[in-house]
Design a protein around this ligand. Sequence first.
Ligand code: AP5
Ligand code: MG
Length: 221
Amino acid sequence: MIVVFSGPPGSGKGTQAQRVSKVFDLEYISTGNILRSEIALGSPLGRSVKDVIGSGAFISDKMVLEVLEAELRRKPSKALLLDGVPRTLAQAYMLDDLLAELGLPPVSIVIQFDIDDDVLVERIRGRFSCASCGASYHKKNNAPKIEGVCDYCGSKDFIIRQDDREEVLKKRLEVYYLETLPILGYYKSVGALRRVDASLTPDKVSEEVISIIKKKSEKGE
Ligand code: AP5
Ligand code: MG
C-alpha cells in the first residue's frame, strides 16, 4: 500500500506520519526531512538546496524524484507513507512511472489535510523539531511527553527550521496553492483522494487518518 499525505505547510502531515506509520508498519519517507538532513550534513545536495528551501520555494521536480528514488532503493518496501511528495502534477506523473519501474503498487490513498491559513501561522510560530529524526513539536499544542526529550528517538537536540519565519511561510503557502493543489484533481480522478479535517486535535486527526487507511487496507488495496 502506498499512502500519500498532502496539505499546506504546518497542516500536521509530519506529526501524523510519525504516529500512523507505526500503526500500519509503513516505511515513512519525507522529502523535506531528507533534504534537511542533507543540509545539516553539508553534502553537495544539501548545499545546492539550502537557499531554495530557506526562501520557501520548491526544489526541482527532477531533483525530488532522484532523492525519492535513492531512498526507495535504499529502503525497499511495498508499504510506504510519502509525506510532502508528490507536490506538483509533474511529480505525480513521475511518481507513477517510478513506482511501476521499481515493481511497486500504484498510489492507493492520498490524504488531504484540510485547514485554514490563519491556523497555520500559529502552528508554524510555535513549532520546534527534533534535530535528529525531524519529529515536529509545538510549544503549546504538542510538546514532547518528557520535556526536552524527543518522543520518537530520544534525542535531546531541537531546532527551529530555517523556513519557519512568517515571511517565508507566506511564500510557502503561495507555492502550495499554485503548484500542489492541482494534484488533488488528478488523485480524485483515479479514486484515491480522501480528506481529513486537520484543524482537530492531533488525536482526533490520527483517528480519522487511521480509519481511512484501515478501510482501504481491509479491501486489500
Ligand atoms: P516539508 O518539510 O515537507 O514542509 P511542508 O510541506 O511545508 O510542511 P511542514 O513540514 O512545514 O508541515 P507539516 O504539515 O509536516 O506540519 P507538522 O506536522 O510539522 O518541505 C520543506 C521544503 O522542502 C519545501 O518548502 C521545499 O522547499 C522542499 N521540498 C520538500 N519536498 C519537496 C517536493 N516534493 N518538491 C519540491 N520541494 C520539496 O505540524 C506543524 C506544527 O503544528 C507543529 O508544531 C505541530 O506540533 C503542530 N500540530 C500538528 N498537528 C496539530 C494539530 N492537530 N493541532 C494542533 N497543532 C498541531
Ligand atoms: Mg513536515
